[in-house]
Design a protein around this ligand. Structure first.
Ligand SMILES: Cc1ncc(COP(=O)(O)O)c(C=O)c1O
Length: 219
């Protein structure tokens, strides 16, 4: 493994600015320890490079959407071409309709598409649609599963002190207490063998992005 380069002054300054101007010094909930934190300068294919010239294999891939890697030539060409026609219109437009059609044709269970900017929006709308369909308010969520940062999703993702089942534990301050009664939680590792649980306890990383859907209590 190549030796990690010493953090440059520019990168150090940017990390300090990040702490000053971004909540938690991050863009979301992915945070690295101070001694290994870095600032990405650019990405190409499967790699990203930081401000000090260190190269990383990018397993995060933008938390999903960079499935073709960074700066894929076909994507860059298409984005460049469309940017010249404007970027967002809020109203119906040709590419959005074509994309909805393409997704419906590609995904057997997809009948209609609602485009969302984030996964949090998607799960928030999905919960509302499910409540409308079932005419029930309560939802069941697996402890340790991460489904976004809205109030209903940010429950029992990584409870430091789990309550008795099926009581949900808010993962953040500011979540209305009334929601704790609107969610039941299940530990899906109940079905796993005790050997697998012991193995998980040794190997699970501490972050849900690295281990989506795994029981946070074991981390
Ligand atoms: C299963 C699942 N649902 C929802 C989300 C939330 O997505 P976003 O971070 O775009 O709000 C994530 C993000 O990692 C996810 O893995």
């Amino acid at each position: 493994m190549p030796q990690r380069r010493v953090r440059s002054r520019d990168e150090q300054r940017l990390l300090e600015k990040a702490k000053r101007y971004l909540p938690g010094g991050t863009l979301g909930n992915t945070r690295f320890a101070d001694d290994v934190a870095f600032v990405v300068k650019a990405g190409q294919g499967s790699k990203v490079v930081d401000m000090s010239g260190n190269e990383y294999i990018d397993y995060l891939l933008g938390s999903g959407p960079m499935i073709l890697g960074h700066a894929h030539p076909a994507v860059v060409t298409a984005v460049r071409e469309y940017l010249e026609r404007g970027s967002t219109y809020f109203t119906l437009n040709e590419p959005a309709i074509h994309l909805a059609e393409t997704i419906c044709q590609a995904v057997p269970c997809a009948e209609k598409i609602r485009f969302c900017s984030t996964g949090s929006e998607a799960t928030f709308f999905a919960l509302r649609a499910a409540r409308t369909f079932t005419k029930k308010d309560k939802i069941l969520k697996f402890e340790g599963g991460y489904h976004g940062s809205h109030d209903y999703a940010l429950m029992s993702s990584s409870p430091s002190v789990p309550k008795d089942f099926p009581q949900a534990v808010p993962d953040s301050a500011g979540i209305p207490r009334v929601l704790e009664d609107q969610e039941d939680h299940e530990r899906h590792y109940r079905t796993a063998s005790s050997r697998a649980r012991r193995r998980d306890r040794r190997t699970l990383p501490a972050h849900h992005h690295a281990a989506p859907g795994l029981p946070a209590r074991l981390t």
